[in-house]
Design a protein around this ligand. Structure first.
Ligand SMILES: Nc1ncnc2c1ncn2[C@@H]1O[C@H](COP(=O)(O)OP(=O)(O)OP(=O)(O)O)[C@@H](O)[C@H]1O
Ligand SMILES: [Mg+2]
Length: 247
């Protein structure tokens, strides 16, 4: 590749081989690049390895070959406690907030390691007024969309440059799904580059700049989202998959 997106990549994955069990790779030679200040979606059928890829980037799944490069610095196999300091954040699909704690208590937990935490807390509340309004409510009492908003706010506490999101819209109503994706889109204008796994292909392609399709642990197709949307190969990749593509 020459120039353009590849050279301006804030995150690059090269030839990644990773899996949960030794000698049983789930990801086989996966390449990916995330251009700065863009939203890139990872889609693909059930079990394609999308979550595994996100977790391997975040250092949560052992990598046996290949590398992960963040802003020119190799970060392959980072420890979870190194992540925030490197400018990377990960929003897991589930269990991403402490339900028995209030919004402000959840935020206080992640702000412990942030130097100017009072100022950062105010910035986060300014970014998400509904959280400011409900700051004394328990996370468990929030709506699904508000809980995702809190999870995103928690991930943003350390001012990451790259945020990995695994199916943030799963289990939400269509309207709230759109809001969560719009929120991800908005973050790209705040200097956060987003790598997003999304189950709803059409929504993902509407909101993303670029898209990677994984199948069976390998790269299948990638390109600008608008081009992928009209690519007949996409339907073919999903045919035979177990997940029924929502309208
Ligand atoms: N903790 C684990 N231990 C062993 N194998 C796992 C584990 N998690 C996932 N796998 C396997 O890795 C493969 C890829 O799973 P992964 O969760 O990455 O897929 P996915 O693309 O995120 O699928 P989905 O769309 O269902 O979320 C699957 O075969 C799955 O069974
Ligand atoms: Mg998954």
């Amino acid at each position: 590749m020459s120039g353009g997106a590849a050279s301006d990549a804030v995150l690059r994955v090269e030839g990644l081989v990773a899996g949960y069990v030794r000698d049983l790779p789930i990801l086989r030679d996966v390449d990916l690049s995330l251009a700065r200040d863009t939203l890139t979606a990872i889609i693909g059928p059930n079990g394609a390895g999308k979550s595994t890829l996100i977790k391997a980037i975040a250092g949560l799944v052992p990598v046996s070959a290949g590398r992960v490069v963040l802003d020119g610095r190799e970060i392959t196999g980072i420890r979870p406690d190194e992540m925030a300091g490197l400018g990377l954040a990960y929003v897991p699909q589930t269990d991403n907030v402490f339900r028995s704690l209030t919004i402000s208590e959840n935020l206080a937990l992640v702000l412990r390691s942030v130097a100017d935490r009072t100022r950062r807390l105010e910035e986060l509340y300014a970014l998400f007024p509904p959280l400011a309004e409900k700051r004394r409510e328990r996370a468990g009492a929030l709506s699904g969309g508000q809980r995702q908003m809190l999870a995103v706010a928690m991930a943003l506490a350390s001012r990451p440059r790259v945020m990995l999101m695994d199916e943030p819209s799963a289990g939400l109503s269509p309207k709230i799904q759109e809001e969560v994706l719009a929120l991800a889109r908005r973050l790209t204008r705040e200097g956060v580059s987003i790598l997003l796994v999304e189950q709803n292909v059409k929504q993902a392609l509407r909101v993303a700049d670029h898209c990677f399709i994984l199948a069976e642990g390998r790269n299948r197709l990638d390109g600008p989202a608008d081009r992928i949307l009209s690519d007949p190969a996409v339907a073919e990749i999903y045919l035979g998959g177990t997940r029924v593509e929502p309208a």
